[in-house]
Design a protein around this ligand. Structure first.
Ligand code: 4AD
Ligand code: MG
Length: 431
């Protein structure tokens, strides 16, 4: 019995006879030689076969293999004479399943066609690479935050009220209690957990029912929220900076093959080192006005504004201290200028836009109650959240990142629909 190995392990088996199992990614045959591209999940490799090496019956099979057929192939591992590439000189092929004519071909397909076939599109080289990078980012997030003393604590998905604003909630019927809402962020629950654990993070799907049809908005996406006790605004930004640098470093070290498949220019990623530049919202407005924008001191920044500002920066930029009026109710105000919130958005370079949003939180009971009322939120629903300001309230801060935005940035993919396995968009719920 020859050992069954993964394509990724080929470099460790040069000269040996091994077995690979996977799917026919591409195949070219002439009467004399076959070049078969095999995908096995761990990677892609070329298998070269001749009638002499495989025998007549097997050659007849190879000659009729269709794209995406599943096969088992045994052969000798060889290294490319000039490159760091490995291939298999096949001796035998067994068919596991012959695929019907595959709908995704080598020709260009439109995005709608590809999204309709997302269950199959996931197999293509670029999509394979994107999901591998996504996996690295998730793993590096857990590793880095644990090193910094955070533990993972899970926030609920079914919630009784809004966190980021009431107009953007998905309601679901909840027995005889009326409606429950799909969470927009686990933040408020993490604020409860810091008094038990100090530093916590969550990671899970969140839902936004806003009717945005942009390259950066999904209705279901994955968010990581982190929250820490005794951390104020400046330290909050330093934690984010270290996390983002750790994620970029992990992808650069673990995903060279994937970045190559994606043709990602890695020079801009190698520049991602601390400290990140910081400007205030007021400074951002000045920059934008200088570029001809009609933006005012009270305006929020949209995607296009962020892109304009980022023309001046080649690494992630913090834009801090937005007018409190345009931000969430829970943000603490700057002590010297109460009209401003102690918040920041982190904007990725190269036009990828906001990837992280965070703030110091209001920790005073009466001030928070006033804000909840000002925002016309149901005070009863926030009773437990207000309680946190009654029993050992401490200064605290946190932030949340959008996984798909970070994956898009690091992969150089400009539409978030490609960065989540099965995107949910305004006009798409299948497959
Ligand atoms: O800026 P947001 O709305 O912040 C919060 O939800 C805070 N409660 C987080 C916290 O402080 N713990 O969302 C955080 C991030 C954004 O910076 C963006 O990267 C991403 O989530 N995001 C989206 N990603 C994809 N589709 C959408 N519709 C998104 N909305 C936000
Ligand atoms: Mg935001």
């Amino acid at each position: 019995m020859t050992p069954i190995i993964a394509i990724r392990a080929l470099p460790h088996h040069v000269g040996e006879i091994v077995t690979l199992r996977g799917w026919v990614y591409n195949i070219r045959t002439s009467g004399k030689i076959a070049f078969l591209q095999l995908r096995d999940g761990s990677g892609f490799t070329q298998i070269i076969m001749t009638p002499k090496d495989v025998g007549e019956a097997c050659w007849a099979l190879i000659d009729t293999l269709t794209l995406e057929s599943a096969i088992i192939c045994t052969g000798t591992v060889a290294q490319h004479p000039k490159r760091e590439e490995y291939e298999l000189h096949g001796h035998d092929v067994t068919l596991v399943h012959r695929a019907d004519e595959y709908p995704i071909g080598k020709k260009e397909h439109g995005p709608d066609f590809l999204l309709d076939h997302r269950h199959l599109w996931l197999r293509s080289g670029r999509q394979w690479a994107i999901q591998r990078v996504r996996d690295t980012i998730i793993r590096a997030t857990y590793d880095h935050l644990h090193r910094e003393g955070f533990i993972k604590i899970d926030a609920p998905i079914l919630t009784p009220a809004a966190c980021e604003g009431t107009t953007t909630l998905f309601a679901v019927p909840y027995f005889d209690m009326g409606s429950a809402y799909l969470t927009q962020s686990g933040q408020l629950y993490l604020e409860a957990a810091i008094a038990a654990h100090g530093r916590v993070f969550d990671f899970g799907p969140v839902f936004r029912a806003e009717k945005s049809k942009t390259r950066r908005h999904l209705t279901e996406f994955w968010m990581m929220d982190a929250e820490a006790a005794f951390v104020e605004h400046d330290e909050n930004l330093a934690i984010q900076e270290r996390l983002i640098c750790a994620l970029v470093a992990a992808v650069l070290s673990e995903n060279r093959t994937e970045l190559h498949v994606l043709e990602r220019d890695i020079a801009p990623l190698e520049r991602v080192t601390p400290p990140f530049p910081r400007i205030t919202h007021a400074e951002a407005v000045t920059i934008l006005q200088g570029k001809g924008s009609t933006m005012t001191a009270e305006s929020d920044l949209g995607g296009e504004d962020e892109a304009l500002i980022m023309e001046n920066y080649d690494r992630p930029l913090f834009i801090e201290k937005y007018p409190a009026r345009i931000k969430a109710f829970y943000m603490k105000r700057a002590p010297e200028t109460p009209a401003l919130a102690l918040c920041a958005d982190l904007i990725a370079p190269e036009g990828f836009g906001e990837i992280v949003g965070g703030s110091q939180r209001e920790d005073d009971y009466n001030t928070l109650l006033t804000r909840i009322r000002e925002h016309q939120l149901p005070v009863e629903a926030f009773g437990w959240y207000l309680d946190l300001r009654r029993y050992g309230s401490v200064p605290h801060s946190g932030f949340g990142y959008g996984l798909e935005r970070i994956v898009g940035w690091l992969c150089g993919v400009h539409h978030v629909r490609e960065t989540i396995p099965f995107p949910r968009l305004l006009n798409r719920l299948t497959p």
